[in-house]
Design a protein around this ligand. Structure first.
Ligand code: XBP
Ligand code: MG
Length: 261
């Protein structure tokens, strides 16, 4: 039976609740700076999150919500420029400390490293956003905590396609049975489970109604010793926060269930 060797983390919604107060705000700043009458309020952005990827999301917005908006010939170039500007605004927000890590994330990452577990990131967001989040919210050397950071356009298809997880597993030379994934959204759980990974979900306000029937465990957050998690679906025994012993015991249960199928 496979032993647990690595933890693979999604970024947006999982390491930090970045969408509503981070990415959305940065998009709106980029639109305003470009003199565009595009404005993404909180409910609209929730709908736009159906599409992973900032560039893809802007196109989806135009197709679905702005058929009236006259497309320039160089639409792809405009979208690319807007996305670069948005990334600058987003990383500036992170540098101001606007987005903290979610409860339990720093503690679990620290414990996992001390326990010799390998760490990786598999995300749709732009690599510069990952670096800015880790360096500003985790630790100055936060990037070095992760053996692999697979992000953005490094793979042809974005979540819910499993490409970014296959890419990560390949570079770590690990099988999905030797890992656990952490996600927050329907796109994420589909990508992780399609690559054979048992997945723990921590919901956000934007994703609490998503379909997580394929998740191994669904929680409101990872929890802390003084800040217990709420179990939305799954078994955790008496534990009230996610730690390495819990992950090892859950992994054993899940892999043994899988091997008996
Ligand atoms: C979530 C995404 C990203 C972000 C925006 O990524 O879909 O596109 O919303 O980032 P994750 P970019 O897989 O970490 O949940 O604008 O850089 O794409
Ligand atoms: Mg996510």
């Amino acid at each position: 039976m496979a032993h647990l060797k690595a933890l693979i983390f999604d970024v947006d919604g999982t390491l930090a609740d970045t969408e509503r107060d981070g990415h959305r705000v940065a998009f709106n700043k980029a639109f305003a700076a470009a003199g565009l009458d595009w404005e993404w309020d909180i409910p609209l952005y929730g709908q736009l999150l159906a599409v992973a990827g900032g560039k893809e999301r802007m196109k989806y917005y135009l197709d679905r919500f702005r058929p009236d908006w006259p497309r320039p010939q160089n639409l792809d170039a405009l979208i690319a420029d807007l996305h670069q500007a948005k990334t600058r605004y987003y990383t500036a927000l992170l540098a101001e400390g606007a987005i903290p890590l979610r409860p339990g994330v720093k503690r679990l990452l620290t414990e996992a490293r001390e326990a010799g577990l390998r760490l990786a990131i598999a995300t749709t967001t732009t690599p510069a956003n990952v670096t800015a989040l880790l360096e500003n919210a985790l630790a100055a050397d936060g990037v070095s905590w992760f053996e692999i950071i697979a992000a953005g356009d490094v793979v042809p298809a974005k979540k819910p396609a499993p490409d970014i997880y296959f890419y990560t597993l390949e570079r770590m030379r690990l099988s999905p049975q030797e890992c656990l994934a952490f996600e927050d959204s329907a796109n994420g759980i589909q990508a992780a489970t399609a690559s054979g990974l048992a997945t723990i979900i921590t919901i956000t306000d934007y994703t609490k109604d998503h379909d997580f029937r394929d998740a191994a465990l669904v929680l409101d957050c990872l929890g802390e010793p003084d800040y217990p998690f709420q179990v939305i679906r799954g078994e955790v025994g008496w534990t009230t926060y996610v730690d390495v012993p819990l992950l090892r015991s859950l992994h054993q249960q899940w892999t043994s269930t899988l091997s008996h199928r």
